[in-house]
Design a protein around this ligand. Structure first.
Ligand code: URP
Ligand code: ZN
Ligand code: ZN
Length: 473
């Protein structure tokens, strides 16, 4: 089957090109100023649209069991929503398994969750919930099995102490894996939370007060230094929410330390005032939403090249689940926000159409940098000949009103409800197959394939110092 995309503007992380693009057998076969279709080629008119690599969302939690609840999106509904929002690859953070389980335990479980369900391609990040010689040994086999990044937690049930973090960082570097970290200071949070609860402060806003930005920034600084001590082990900070943490990262990067950072649309577009809403419980996530001032600092980092990726941390617990489980106490509510369907449009609207970033930088943030960091380059995240025809047609004309009723996840609300976004997502293709058109799902359960990702390669990773990055004064 051949498809020809005509009259659009192709965009990759390097530039924009007025070219047609021919897809054959699921890959990009040709690009040229004018390609004429033959009799068996389906024509797609992209007039007025940008033709970009499909989004790669490197931070989702589908079907995650957090002990008190299971998130309401599985690998079918989660990837269906992703596809409708212009995302063609997800890398899911595997959840914790039973105490003491090995790394392959969760991998086997997640293969079962996703196989025959996902509608777009997918991979998994490993999760390190304890460290011993057997786990360190097993890391090499995980990389061979296509899992070349692992997340460590500095808070939650299976938080790691410094010794274990150092051992994990050292070994993961050795086996060719990238260490991702959820950085929050567990002791400081526990202390504050206990004091707030003792004073009867259980409303959603107190969640934010229990984990101020210093808790996150301290843990970022600590991880940067531990990674340096682990002979510059490559490090990836997930879901950055504040400017102080970003300053620490910029300092390390200026010294050439291999650290990269992700933020999420919720930290760019929502703020702590949401906790005062009647449905404040719907915004409980960690790290929490911050002030408008922190948002502005993140936008500067996005524009300057100091932030490398925008992912969602999609972790969907319905309003109903949140209300039942929390019983009015923020500390009993499962954490996380949905958003996998909204990321591409939100960043396109507020970033590109808002005049903050170029279309090429949009591609870097939403797919190319992720492919480079997570072992998917050059198959994903670019428009080179031979790459998978994972594409999205972004239309700067028109407007999209975000309403949960029109989304494709299994939840019952959107944190972005009612937002009017200039721009529309016209078409999503996964390996040449049309999986969504104008907000309608057209894909197929089981079309998505597991991506055995290559080991981390520092030569492919995004540059640490962007030419437009400013030196802090
Ligand atoms: O609150 C959040 N972010 N939940 C998802 C799990 C995590 O910490 O990434
Ligand atoms: Zn996290
Ligand atoms: Zn997460």
């Amino acid at each position: 089957m051949k498809r020809l995309i005509k009259n659009g503007v192709l965009v990759d992380a390097q530039g924009e090109y007025r070219q047609d693009l021919l897809i054959e057998d699921g890959v990009i076969r040709a690009r040229a100023a004018a390609i004429e279709p033959d009799g068996e080629t389906e024509l797609i008119d992209a007039s007025g649209c940008y033709v970009m690599p499909g989004g790669i969302d490197v931070h989702t939690h589908f079907n995650i069991d957090v002990g008190i609840a299971r998130s309401c999106d599985d690998f079918f509904s989660g990837t269906r929503a992703a596809a409708c929002g212009g995302t063609t690859t997800i890398i899911d953070h595997m959840g914790f398994g039973p105490a003491g389980c090995n790394l392959h335990h969760q991998l086997a479980r997640y293969h079962d969750y996703a196989a025959d369900q996902a509608v777009i391609d997918y991979g998994f990040h490993g999760v390190v919930q304890h460290v011993d010689d057997a786990i360190l040994h097993e890391m090499a086999c995980m990389v061979e099995a296509g899992v070349s990044s692992f997340k460590l937690y500095l808070t939650y049930q299976y938080k790691l102490g410094d010794t274990d973090v150092l051992r994990a960082l050292t070994r993961l570097k050795e086996v060719g894996a990238l260490t991702a970290v959820h950085p929050e200071n567990d002791a400081a949070i526990a202390e504050r939370r206990a004091a707030l609860l003792a004073a009867g402060h259980t409303a959603p806003y107190y969640h934010a007060l229990s984990r101020p930005l210093e808790c996150e920034a301290e843990a970022i600084g600590r991880m940067i230094n531990l990674a340096r001590l682990a002979v510059d082990a490559p490090l990836y900070i997930v879901h950055l929410s504040n400017g102080l943490g970003l300053e620490y990262l910029k300092l390390a990067r200026r010294q050439g330390q291999p650290v990269w950072v992700e933020t999420c649309p919720q930290y760019l577009l929502l703020d702590e005032q949401c906790y005062y809403k009647e449905n404040g419980v719907d915004y409980l996530l960690s790290p929490p939403l911050r002030s408008r001032r922190e948002q502005d600092k993140l936008w500067v980092g996005i524009a300057a090249g100091d932030i490398d990726t925008v992912a969602t941390d999609h972790c969907n617990f319905s309003h109903a689940q949140r209300m039942t489980l929390s019983g009015g106490d923020f500390s009993r509510c499962p954490n996380g926000l949905p958003g996998v369907e909204n990321r591409m449009l939100l960043l396109f609207t507020h970033g590109v159409l808002g005049g903050r970033i170029s279309p090429s930088r949009f591609v870097a943030l939403t797919s190319a940098n992720s492919a480079r960091l997570f072992g998917l380059w050059p198959r994903k995240g670019n428009l080179q000949l031979g790459s998978d025809a994972d594409l999205v047609l972004m239309d700067p004309r028109g407007e999209t009103l975000i309403r949960h009723a029109a989304l494709h996840d299994n939840g019952d609300y959107s944190p972005y409800e009612g937002m009017r976004c200039p721009g529309r997502i016209r078409l999503t293709l996964s390996r040449g197959e049309i999986v969504a058109r104008d907000g309608e799902f057209l894909g197929r359960r089981g079309h998505g394939r597991f991506l055995a990702r290559a080991p981390f390669d520092p030569a492919l990773a995004p540059e640490l110092q962007s030419p437009c990055s400013t030196v802090a004064g």
